[in-house]
Design a protein around this ligand. Structure first.
Ligand code: HPA
Length: 273
């Protein structure tokens, strides 16, 4: 079910009444950036459960709170814990987080996620700046009555991943120990990992990485004209690339190993935005 504008407004007003400042940058923390929220300076957090009309996170490794704090002098709000289609939410409900961030006043959004590498020249631990995405499954978070307070019924997707923010991310890669690529993310609903045949199909279609998040948020950001940067950490090679089966443990292990340099990379980017 879709939320009304008044419901988004009520959620944002509740948060603004408790926030220490109007944030400049919103960040959605994926599995690979869990500890990031604890590194914010002078932080204040608000539980999702207390925010009217907000969703509840069901993923064990996701905290479920909004954390306000500063990073290198920039006022940031982090979503520590995100919502996925595989948890049982409708696409329409998944528009909520980004719309609330927009109403909080952010002028840029950073999305992070863990992803499987389809491009065989990538390695686990590498990072990919999203240049574009492919979503061929299911509906859209913008389905249903259009809320013109956020944007038009039909909207452009050619510059969803904002070129200027991608340029900043490419420039910051030079001073990072990480290997950073730029490529196309393909959305799969999950919760199952993909089949080897689906990964071969994704490669033919032009995907460099696959994952189960980010795209609903990117669509919502594009609708409301929010500048966007999205970063994927390759936690594993996608299904069928290697002989071994995929496991949640492998994803978590790589995410844990890369958390510190990835966090440093994201801070460098925030400083430049
Ligand atoms: N597929 C989908 N989502 C993922 C993967 C994957 O291989 N790795 C981490 N998230």
């Amino acid at each position: 079910m879709q939320h009304t504008f008044a419901q988004y407004r009520a959620a944002a007003d509740y948060v603004l009444a408790r926030a220490p400042f109007v944030p400049e940058i919103g960040i959605v923390l994926g599995s690979c950036l869990g500890p990031f929220a604890q590194e914010l300076e002078a932080s204040v957090s608000i539980d999702y459960a207390d925010i009217p009309n907000f969703l509840v996170t069901t993923v064990a490794s996701h905290a479920g709170k909004l954390v306000f704090g500063t990073v290198r002098g920039k006022r940031v709000v982090c979503m520590s814990g995100r919502f996925h289609f595989y948890e049982g939410y409708d696409y329409e409900q998944l528009a909520l987080p980004v719309r609330v961030l927009k109403l909080l006043g952010v002028r840029a959004l950073i999305l992070t996620n863990a992803a499987g590498a389809v491009n065989e020249s990538y390695s686990p631990g590498d990072v990919m700046i999203l240049s574009d995405h492919i979503k061929l499954t299911g509906a859209s978070p913008l389905r249903g009555p259009n809320l013109s307070e956020f944007g038009p019924r039909f909207f452009d997707m050619t510059k969803t991943y904002t070129p200027e923010l991608r340029a900043i991310a490419r420039a910051c890669a030079a001073q990072s120990s990480l290997t950073v690529h730029e490529g196309v993310y393909m959305f799969f609903t999950g919760p199952q990992f993909e089949t080897p045949a689906e990964i071969r199909a994704a490669r033919v279609l032009g995907a460099d990485a696959v994952g189960m998040s980010t795209v609903t948020e990117a669509l919502t950001a594009a609708h409301c004209g929010l500048p966007l940067l999205a970063l994927s950490v390759m936690t594993n090679m996608a299904a069928g690339v290697l002989k071994e089966p995929l496991t949640e443990e492998e994803v978590e292990q790589t995410a844990g190993r890369i958390a510190a340099p990835f966090s440093a990379y994201v801070k460098d980017i925030i400083e430049q935005i």
